[in-house]
Design a protein around this ligand. Sequence first.
Ligand code: FPP
Length: 254
Amino acid sequence: MSMKLPFFKNRKTKVTKEERELDNIPKHVAIIMDGNGRWAKKRGLPRIAGHKEGMDVVKRVAKTAANCHVEILTLYAFSTENWQRPKSEVDYILGLPKEFLHIYLPELIDNNVKIETIGNFDVLPDHTKEAINYAKEKTKDNDGLLLNFALNYGSRFEIIQAIRQVITDMDSSGLSLDKLDEHLFSQYLYTTGLTDPDLLIRTSGEQRLSNFLLWQSAYSEFWFTDVLWPDFTEETFMNALHDYQQRKRRYGGI
Ligand code: FPP
């Protein structure tokens, strides 16, 4: 039986893993954090003000997710297509991980959060990579929420590089074609070792995937809201979890 939303709202203690399973709370939540620019525009502010506000929302949502015993929170922070934006905006967004970790890493560590990333990491600016590598190292033994930033991430690129690696392994490591199945292919993706997202949220009223987790979201439940990311609150997140609790997942069965 599903617990009702107030259970979460008024709760002071964390949800246990057993409760999460019993109450059909998603294990892996992925979010396309959209609407920062529009949020800023509505207030007559530069677009980067929306991204800055969005950064603080990341911290609040991570805390809420951890309290609900969500195990993995994957956030689409920068796509392979976002390089097309003005350089000043790109530089600003790619500076946010460092700023975020500077402010919040101690608290994340205290809360047993583990930081990881997916995406083409190597070509990110050095200061971004250094801040993230430091956070990864500091949190590597934590076994609470996995806070997984999709940075310079694009699904099509991910799939192409996986295919390239499969072919390389066939040529040089004796991988045989009949061994290649969905399970093995998944291990060539950035998300290897992670379960697929159970719930995929997109904010700001847009209803598309934008090259995010195309393979991994094959059976995800989607949840869309008109709320712009900087306005996304604990309550919005709870509403998404509550709706998910009511869904019946059939994976193509009956
Ligand atoms: C999409 O909104 C948002 C982004 C491309 C950037 C998302 C980044 C954050 C929320 C901050 C990330 C924080 C950390 C810690 C990495 P948009 O700019 O496309 O909004 P619009 O559609 O209204 O223009």
